[in-house]
Design a protein around this ligand. Structure first.
Ligand code: URP
Ligand code: ZN
Ligand code: ZN
Length: 490
């Protein structure tokens, strides 16, 4: 008998990609998928996947890990705890944030954040660079250098006192992104409206977490989307609008895409499964559901599902932003804190896929291919990780989650592996669970146990690529710039 043909064979499962579901064996050699076929020869290791789904590992392209919040508070997770929780939830790649606060130098921010990730990551990773201080040095030198080094996406905030950029700075960053072919992701809410509403609510004694939702009026989302899209049109730069929460917001993206602009959109479980009423709980309990933008209404949920079905929105991410419900997190301003003093965000790396699988596949809202597309393939394509990540094909990294579609699990705080101490989905029973998870051919979760060590996740360098390419149609008012030597893509 010679050597086994494969290191691992996943046998007899229903393999799903963004386009097809088919019964096949998957043969893995080293870190990659080497064969997909019927009756593959034996592997050194075998996994019986009969009556299981064999899916690409999830890609969570929006999660805050070991990062300073907008208010300057460190979030609850380390790279190790966050990416362990990702793995248990079937996610094998994360894109988190190297966050430049005002006064910080971007190269140092990236170096420090890379060291943290290298030490702790269990799944593969890359970063969006949060830019809050768009100095000459940053837009002319630091940002292009970082993009060339493989960090081909940027995040801007249009709100939050400490992180937001003004329109002129946003335009500078959009232009730098265009020249260097990076994606620009944006938290788009109108800062003035939110600050003004918050102040008036507090002045009148409305301090409870539920007023957080009132303080983010729907028009704060729509105004910011329109302004952002106009700025991106001026520069002809592709953008990703993060965490779309309203019916109107989704419609604005639909219209922009319909007119040919490269605008992408994401939403999150917070907006598909929760409403503003979730913040209305006794005492400060509602703070656990506080995130920005806030969850809205059932009508918005339906509109967002429709936008996903139509392709107006392309990804569903967790926006994992973990803050404990104690003095180290949500209650850092004390037990009488008002909603403006509480860190925004919910944990979600671990629950994102099971919650979505249950709604989409088990309950039948969408099919398995769409689930794969929205949670793995599309984020891989938009952020230039595809085809290495986000699908199951010969030659791709063997990042695979093996799902038992019949397993029922009731989610609880205690079963979560991140450090937030709670899940907003506690008590919800889902059908379908990722029982075994492989990252580059290594089984990292099996039998409910983690089998990978901190630091075994790998950095994924990304240079700009097709998804970030501008359309080549400059806004007419920008044409003159060419005459002044600006290097714009045609
Ligand atoms: O509430 C949220 N989403 N917190 C995380 C930071 C952000 O806004 O993305
Ligand atoms: Zn945000
Ligand atoms: Zn976020």
């Amino acid at each position: 008998m010679g050597e086994p043909a494969f290191d691992m064979v996943i046998r007899g499962g229903a393999v799903a990609t963004a386009t097809d579901v088919f019964k096949a064996d998957v043969g893995i050699r080293g870190e990659r998928i080497a064969a997909i076929g019927e009756r593959l020869p034996p592997g050194r290791q075998e996994i019986d996947a009969r009556s299981r789904y064999v899916l690409p590992g999830g890609i969570d392209s929006h999660c805050h890990i070991e990062q300073l919040s907008a208010g300057g508070l460190m979030n609850a997770d380390t790279w190790e705890s966050a990416t362990a929780s990702a793995a248990f939830g079937g996610t094998t790649t994360v894109i988190s944030f190297a966050a430049q606060h005002v006064g910080m130098q971007l190269p140092q921010v990236i170096e420090d954040y890379s060291a943290l990730a290298q030490k702790g990551a269990i799944v593969d990773y890359c970063f969006h660079m949060i830019v809050s201080d768009a100095t000459e040095q940053l837009v002319r030198h630091d940002l292009p250098a970082a993009i060339k080094a493989g960090h081909a996406s940027i995040k801007l905030f249009m709100t939050y006192d400490k992180l937001r950029v003004q329109d002129e700075q946003a335009l500078d960053v959009l232009m730098t992104a265009r020249e260097n072919r990076a994606m620009v992701c944006v938290h788009a809410e109108n800062h003035g409206m939110i600050a003004w509403m918050g102040k008036r609510l507090l002045e009148r004694g409305y301090t409870a977490p539920k007023y957080h939702a009132v303080s983010h009026p729907r028009v704060s989302e729509t105004e910011a989307f329109e302004r952002l899209i106009a700025m991106a049109a001026l520069i002809d730069q592709p953008i990703m609008i993060f965490h779309v929460s309203t019916r109107e917001g989704a419609a604005i993206i639909r219209r922009a895409r319909g007119s040919g602009q490269k605008v992408f959109g994401e939403t999150c479980p917070q907006y598909l499964f929760m409403t503003a009423q979730d913040l209305d709980r006794p005492g400060l309990e509602g703070a656990k559901w506080m995130c920005s933008p806030p969850p809205r209404s059932r009508d918005d949920q339906e509109a967002l599902w429709q936008a996903l079905a139509l392709g107006d929105l392309q990804t569903v991410t967790s926006d994992h932003a973990p803050y404990r419900f104690d003095a180290s997190g949500k209650l850092s301003a004390g037990p009488n804190a008002n909603f403006k003093q509480m860190a925004n965000g919910q944990p979600g790396l671990e629950t994102r896929l099971p919650i979505l699988f249950d709604a989409m596949v088990s309950k039948g809202r969408m099919d398995l291919c769409r689930f794969v597309q929205l949670t793995a393939t599309e984020p891989a394509k938009i952020y230039n990780l595809h085809p290495r990540k986000g699908t199951i094909a010969i030659g791709t990294d063997a990042d695979i989650a093996i799902w038992n579609p019949r397993r029922k699990v009731t989610l609880s705080d205690a079963m979560m592996h991140d450090r937030t101490g709670y899940t907003p989905f506690a008590g919800r029973t889902v059908t379908g669970w990722p029982e075994q998870v492989l990252r580059r051919g290594a089984l990292i979760v099996s039998d409910g146990k983690l089998q990978a060590s901190a630091g075994s996740g790998r950095f994924l360098p990304r240079t700009g690529g097709p998804a970030a390419e501008p359309s080549g149609r400059l806004a007419p008012e920008m044409d003159s710039r060419r005459n002044f030597g600006a290097r714009l893509y045609d």
